[in-house]
Each structure stands twice: as structure tokens, then as C-alpha cells.
Design a protein around this ligand. Structure first.
Ligand code: APR
Ligand code: PHB
Length: 390
């Protein structure tokens, strides 16, 4: 097989890259280890920055998003039993966020690729990448047990944090920057109408809690927990008791309860590799970086990377020029580090750290008080939350 860009991974990064390349008249093939049903059903992130929603609309993917996405103009920061509004739209000159589940983005992208005659191979096995330091990279894999090979001009490494592309780069080329957090998030989806218009980020002495939603009938809630928390110890009634304890405010606000339809634990880390390219291999999305979910940035960063990568590839295929491609890593990393900083800052401000003492707790509360009362501080949070420009 021959194509211009071979893409490993059909997450948001790989599928969006393939779609953006198609809009530039560039052919690609996407290889995915899982089935279409699996990737279209996997519950993950759910907040789109204005920057991401704009990109989707420009790429012709805005219709269902506009119809079914929940537009939000603010968030709450809650502490000491009070919810404090941060009006994102007012603070950023009209920008906002949209709650739209990551797997809905995936469904829209898969459908757009298939309608355009795009090639996605699901359920592939033994993917390996070769010769990417030359002008003729190759991808080998098995489909239905048969060996296959793709010759291409570039490889898009969009295979997530546990993928095979990053470890295929020779030792000594990449530098990893990493921080682990001593906690995780226990998340549930509940069949209950969201009781707040806006997301609520709660600082509580028992730990962080986050109120979010997926639709007018489904609430999404998270609790700070141990990184290796055993779900067997968390029957639904214990989850609800802990949720209510952390969320309930003195004016009587609390989440609505309902049947729990999904439960899981997410670990929390910050990770970046540099550079994000080697020869004709380009890493994008979780393959190159991970953010803790507190800033809701993982999906948005993945989309930003491939928007920059698609521009570079378009320049190359139209003119033979490589300036944008050569600067891909540098361009992405400037923005990625700012987003890492924001995600780390939100995480540090809102979680209880076992190593913290009473001084640190007072400092965190002072920071929350500052962020919810100073317009300058609020504006900084807001401009990062709705998404820095590309
Ligand atoms: N061969 C083929 N496909 C692979 C391989 C492999 N060896 N390894 C992994 N994959 C696939 C995974 O099955 C997954 O579908 O690559 C895809 C990577 O997708 P994501 O993990 O969603 O990563 P990305 O597209 O970068 O999107 C980042 O996803 O993890 C969330 O919160 C994160 O929102 C962020 C977003
Ligand atoms: C979610 O709805 O899953 C969500 C929202 C905000 C976050 C993280 C996750 O910061």
C-alpha cells in the first residue's frame, strides 16, 4: 500500500489529522488497534475549548456539536461551602467552552472520514514503524492475520501514551519531563439531571471534587482518591455520601442523585517529551504529552497539535518547503508548556496533598480567595480555560 501520510492511532489526534489532511487534498491511512465500536463508546474527556470548537466548525465538523453540545459561559470555584462564579465569556471578550463528550467527537470524525472515502483500518495488530529517519518511512502491521506494509512520506504518531511510536525512536533522542501526583480521580456517570448550569470545581478538606455533565439527563462527577484506589471499596452509596459531603454548599446546593452507569479511576500525571519529531516521524497528542485532567486540556492539546502538523504537511506537499514542518515541535511545545503550567496550577490549587501542612492549606485557600475576587487573577484563569490561541 502507498499513501502520503501513515497515521498510527484513531483517537482525536489521528482522526483529526487525517480529516484536516483530506481538506488539504492530502491522502492518509489510519491504523487502529481497537474496533470502531470500542473507540466510539470509550468514555473520556468532555470539555472543548473555544479554540477546539472553532477548529471543528472550520473543518466542517460543527453541525452536531452546535446542536447537541452544551455551551457554557462560566465555571464555579467552590470552597468554604460557597460557589464563586468565574464568568469566562465576560472575562475573555465573548469566548466560551462546550461540553461535548470525546467519544462524540470520535463518532463525528469517523463518519466524516468514511463519507469522504477515507481509509481507517480497525482491529490491526503488530503495528511497527520503520525507516522514518529516511525519506521513505514504512509501517508494517497485520490485518486479519495477514502481513501488510504501507509506504508513505510521513508518519503521524497519534497512538496515545502507551503506543509503539514513541518507544521506536532511538535512545538518546528524546528527553522526558514528568511529574506524578499522589492521588487519582474516582469518576462516575449518573443518570441524573445536572443540578448546576455550570461546572463546579470544589476544594474541600476531604479532597477535591468536580461536578460536570454530559447531557441534560447525565451528570459526571469526580472525587480525589488514592492513585491505586480499589473500586470494590466504593459501592454506590459510599460514593454518593462522599460526593454530597464534599459538594454541598451552605445555600443547600448539591448534585442530583441517580443510577450510576459508569465508574472508574483515572491517574494523574504531567508528562512532556521533547522534541516531538524525529526525521519523518511526528508525535501528536497523548503520544507526546499528558496533562492532569483538572484543566480539561488533554483532548484540546491533541487537536491543537494536529492543526499545526496539518499546516506543515500542507505547506510541504504544495510547495516542497519544510519550514513549518521543521518548526513543528518548537511551535507546539511553546503552547504545550503553557497548558502544562495551567493544568499543574489548577491541580495544585484544588487538591489536598498528604505532604501539605496547615500553612499550605491556608495558602491554597488564600489563592482561591484571590482568584475569585481579583479581576486580574480571574482573567488569567479564564483566558487559559477557554484556550490560548494556536
Ligand atoms: N497500533 C494502533 N493503534 C494504537 C496502538 C498501536 N500499537 N497503540 C495505541 N493505539 C490507539 C489506541 O487504541 C487509541 O485509540 O491509538 C489511539 C490513541 O488515542 P488517544 O489515547 O485518545 O490519544 P489522542 O488521540 O492523542 O487523544 C488524547 O485522549 O486520553 C485522552 O484525555 C486524553 O483527551 C485526551 C485525548
Ligand atoms: C469532564 O466532564 O469529564 C471534565 C470536565 C472538566 C475537567 C475534567 C473533566 O476539568
Amino acid at each position: 500500500m502507498r499513501t502520503q501520510v501513515g497515521i498510527v492511532g484513531a483517537g482525536p489526534a489521528g482522526l483529526m489529522l487525517s480529516h484536516l489532511l483530506h481538506l488539504e487534498g492530502i491522502e492518509s491511512i489510519v491504523l487502529e488497534a481497537r474496533s470502531r465500536e470500542y473507540i466510539e463508546g470509550r468514555v473520556r474527556a468532555g470539555v472543548l475549548e473555544q479554540t477546539t470548537a472553532d477548529l471543528m466548525a472550520e473543518a466542517g465538523l460543527g453541525e452536531r456539536l452546535k446542536r447537541e453540545g452544551l455551551l457554557h459561559h462560566g465555571i464555579y470555584l467552590s470552597f468554604h461551602g460557597t460557589r464563586h462564579p468565574i464568568n469566562l465569556t465576560e472575562l475573555t471578550g465573548g469566548r466560551s467552552i462546550t461540553v461535548y463528550a470525546q467519544h462524540e467527537v470520535i463518532k463525528d470524525l469517523v463518519q466524516a472520514r468514511i463519507e469522504a472515502g477515507g481509509q481507517i483500518y480497525f482491529d490491526v495488530e503488530d503495528v511497527s514503524i520503520h525507516d522514518f529517519e529516511t525519506d521513505h518511512p514504512k509501517i508494517r502491521f497485520r490485518k486479519d492475520g495477514r502481513p501488510e506494509e504501507i509506504d508513505c512520506d510521513f508518519i503521524g504518531a497519534c497512538d496515545g501514551f502507551h503506543g509503539i511510536c514513541r518507544p521506536s525512536i532511538p535512545a538518546g533522542v528524546l528527553t522526558a519531563f514528568e511529574r506524578h501526583y499522589p492521588f487519582g480521580w474516582l469518576g462516575i456517570l449518573a443518570e441524573a439531571a445536572p443540578s448546576s448550569e455550570e461546572l463546579v470545581y470544589t476544594y474541600h478538606e476531604r479532597g477535591f471534587a468536580l461536578f460536570s455533565m454530559r447531557s441534560p439527563t447525565v451528570t459526571r462527577l469526580y472525587l480525589q482518591c488514592a492513585p491505586d484506589e480499589d473500586l470494590a471499596q466504593w459501592p454506590d452509596d459510599r460514593v454518593w455520601t462522599e460526593m454530597m459531603t464534599r459538594f454541598r454548599t451552605t445555600d443547600g446546593w448539591e448534585p442530583n442523585q441517580g443510577p450510576v452507569i459508569q465508574k472508574g479511576v483515572t491517574d494523574m500525571r504531567s508528562f512532556v517529551i521533547e522534541p516531538m519529531q524525529y526525521g519523518r516521524l511526528f508525535l501528536a497528542g497523548d503520544a507526546a504529552h499528558i496533562v492532569p485532567p483538572t484543566g480539561a486540556k488533554g483532548l484540546n492539546l491533541a487537536i491543537a497539535d494536529v492543526a499545526i502538523l496539518a499546516r506543515g504537511m500542507a505547506q510541504f506537499f504544495k510547495s516542497g518547503r519544510r519550514e513549518l514542518l521543521d518548526r513543528y515541535s518548537e511551535t507546539c511545545l511553546r503552547r504545550i508548556w503553557k497548558v502544562q503550567r495551567f493544568s499543574w496550577w489548577m491541580t495544585s490549587m484544588l487538591h489536598r496533598f498528604a505532604s501539605d501542612n496547615d500553612f499550605d492549606q491556608r495558602r491554597q485557600l488564600a489563592e482561591l480567595d484571590y482568584v475569585t475576587s481579583s479581576r486580574a487573577a480571574m482573567t488569567s484563569l479564564a483566558e487559559n480555560y477557554v484556550g490560548l490561541p494556536l
